[in-house]
Write a protein that binds this ligand. Sequence first.
Ligand SMILES: [Zn+2]
Ligand SMILES: [Zn+2]
Length: 71
Amino acid sequence: MSQTENGSIKKKCQKCFKKKLVVDQCKCQKIFCLDCLPSFNHNCTFDWRQENKNNLEKMNPKILAIKVSSI
Ligand SMILES: [Zn+2]
Ligand SMILES: [Zn+2]
C-alpha cells in the first residue's frame, strides 16, 4: 500500500486562511472554514439557484405536475 497524498495535505480556509476551524469543501470546489462555508460568505461561484431548481424538480416532479395541472 502506498501513502495517499490526501492524508498529508493541510486543509485551511481559502478565505480567512484559518486552520484551527473545521474546514469543508463547498460546491464551488474551494475549501472553507465553517464560518466562511455559507455561499453568501465567500462570493460563491457555484450556481446555487440552478442547483436548488434542479433539486426541486428531481425531488418533487409530482408536486410540480399537480401545481401545473391544478391551475
Ligand atoms: Zn474561513
Ligand atoms: Zn462556494
